[in-house]
Design a protein around this ligand. Structure first.
Ligand code: ATP
Length: 406
C-alpha cells in the first residue's frame, strides 16, 4: 500500500517592522516565489492523486463484477426426459445422470419432455432453453425440394424400381398399405462403391414424393460426449416430423453400425448407444407418419448384422458400379447439355471406362469440357475426352489403393 505523500511545508512571511521599504519588497518577492513553488508541488500531488483515484475506481468496478460472477453460480444443462405428477425426470448432459427433480409451477407450464433445461447444483430446473437449432443445422443438411429426378440417374433401373416400391409407395399410398394390412419396410439400405448414385436415389425419391430431404452423415453422429449422438438422432427425427413428408438419408451408416470390435472402450459403447437410439426411433415409426429412412454405406462387409433384422434396415439394395450399358446412359445424362462434336462416340467411351463410377463419369464429362475451353473452343471433340480420360485415370491412380486391414 502506498502512503499519501506528505504535504509541503507552508511558506511563512515574517516582516520585521524595522525593514526598509526595499527590504520589505524583497522579502515579499521571495515569499511569492516560495508560495508559487509550494503551489506547483501541490498541483503535481493533486494530479497524481487524481490519476490514482481513477485507477482505484476502475479496480473497484472490476472487483465488484468479479464478486457478482462468483456469487451467481453456473447452471448445468440437461434434458427433461419425462414429466411425472411429482416432478420431472431430467438427464444431465455430459455424465448422463438421471434425477427426479421438482420444478416451479410457472416453469412446469412451459416445459415439455425433450426440452433442454438449465439446472442448478441441486438439480432444480431454473429455466427452459431454446432448442439447439444451430447444432442441428451444422450436422444436418436439409433440402426442401431436391432437384434430382429418376431421369438424372443412369443404369440403375432395377434399383430405382426397388426404391420406389419401398420408399415412394408407402409415402404416397399409406392408406393402401394399411388396407392390405402389411407394414412397409422400415428402412432401406443402399450399399455399393462410392460415387455410384446412392445419394441421388434418395434425393430423387424425396423429389418425386414432394418430401423434404434431410441428410446426415453417420460420422457426424459419432460424438465426443456421452449422449450427444443419441440426442442428434432424436433431433434428426424431430426435424423430420416437423417437415413431413420427409426422407431421412443417413450416409456412411457404417460409422455407427460397424461390427463390434474386441476392444470395449467407452467410445464403442457410445457409438452403440447412438445406434440403439436410431433403431428405437425407427421402431416408433408407425406413430410418426410420413417419414421414410434410407441409409447408405460403402462398407457393407463391416456392418453389424443386427441392423439388418426385420423391422430395421430390412430392404437391402445393392448399387453396383455401372456396367457398359449403365455407363452409356450416365455419359448421355452428363453430356446432355454439352455441345458435342460428331466424332464423339459415347458407346466407345463407355467401353474405355470399365470400372468407372457414376461420379467419375460425371467428372470425365466436365474435364472434357474444360479441355475444350482451354483450346478456346465451344465444341467438345473426342480428343478432349481422351485427354480427360487420361487425367481422371491419373487422379484415380494417385489416390492409391485402399489399405487392407487385417
Ligand atoms: P458416396 O458413397 O461417396 O456418398 P454416392 O453413391 O452417394 O457416393 P452420389 O453422391 O449419388 O454417389 O453421386 C455423386 C455424383 O456422381 C452425382 O452427383 C452424379 O453427378 C454422379 N453420379 C453417380 N452415379 C450416377 C448415376 N448412376 N447416374 C448419373 N450420375 C451419377
Amino acid at each position: 500500500m502506498s502512503r499519501s505523500p506528505s504535504l509541503p511545508e507552508r511558506p511563512r512571511l515574517d516582516l520585521d517592522p524595522d525593514m526598509s521599504p526595499n527590504e520589505r519588497l524583497e522579502a515579499l518577492r521571495e515569499h511569492l516565489e516560495d508560495v508559487l513553488e509550494v503551489n506547483n508541488q501541490l498541483e503535481t500531488q493533486l494530479n497524481r492523486a487524481n490519476s490514482r483515484r481513477e485507477d482505484l475506481t476502475g479496480k473497484v468496478d472490476r472487483l465488484e463484477r468479479e464478486n457478482d460472477t462468483l456469487k451467481s453460480s453456473s447452471l448445468y444443462i440437461a434434458t427433461a426426459e419425462e414429466m411425472l405428477d411429482d416432478g420431472v425426470v431430467v438427464k444431465q448432459h455430459g455424465n448422463n445422470q438421471e434425477v427426479l427433480t421438482e420444478v416451479s409451477p410457472g416453469i412446469r407450464q412451459e416445459l415439455e419432455a425433450g426440452d433442454r433445461v438449465a439446472i442448478n447444483d441441486s438439480f432444480a430446473v431454473q429455466s427452459v432453453l431454446e432448442p439447439e437449432t444451430d447444432a442441428r443445422a451444422q450436422a444436418m443438411q436439409v433440402d426442401g425440394s431436391p432437384e434430382v429426378t429418376y431421369d438424372d440417374i443412369g443404369g440403375l433401373e432395377t434399383q430405382i424400381q426397388e426404391v420406389r416400391e419401398a420408399v415412394e409407395q408407402p409415402l404416397i399410398n399409406a392408406d393402401q398399405f394399411r388396407e392390405v394390412g402389411i407394414e412397409p419396410p422400415s428402412g432401406v439400405l443402399l450399399h455399393g462403391p462410392p460415387g455410384t448414385g446412392k445419394t441421388m436415389l434418395a434425393k430423387a425419391v424425396a423429389n418425386e414424393t414432394d418430401a423434404t430431404f434431410i441428410k446426415m452423415a453417420g460420422s457426424e453422429l459419432v460424438q465426443k460426449f456421452i449422449g450427444e449422438g443419441a440426442r442428434l438422432v432424436r433431433d434428426l427425427f424431430e426435424l423430420a416430423s416437423e417437415n413431413e413428408p420427409a426422407v431421412i438419408f443417413i450416409d456412411e451408416i457404417d460409422a455407427i453400425a460397424s461390427k463390434r470390435t474386441e476392444s470395449k472402450t467407452s467410445g464403442d459403447a457410445e457409438v452403440q448407444r447412438t445406434m440403439m437410439q436410431l433403431l428405437s426411433e425407427m421402431d416408433g415409426f408407425d406413430d410418426r407418419g410420413e417419414i421414410r429412412i434410407i441409409a447408405a454405406t460403402n462398407r457393407f462387409d463391416m456392418l453389424d448384422r443386427a441392423i439388418l433384422r426385420p423391422g430395421r434396415f430390412d430392404r437391402l439394395i445393392e448399387v453396383p458400379e455401372p456396367n457398359v450399358e449403365g455407363r452409356v446412359k450416365i455419359l448421355e445424362i452428363h453430356t446432355k447439355g454439352m455441345n458435342l462434336a460428331d466424332n464423339v462416340d459415347l458407346s466407345a467411351l463407355a467401353d474405355d471406362t470399365d470400372g468407372f463410377s457414376g461420379a467419375e463419369l460425371a467428372s470425365l464429362a466436365t474435364e472434357a469440357g474444360m479441355f475444350a475451353i482451354r483450346e478456346e473452343r465451344t465444341e467438345i471433340h473426342i480428343e478432349d475426352f481422351e485427354s480427360a480420360l487420361e487425367k481422371v485415370k491419373e487422379e484415380d491412380d494417385s489416390a492409391g489403393t485402399p489399405i487392407a486391414f487385417a
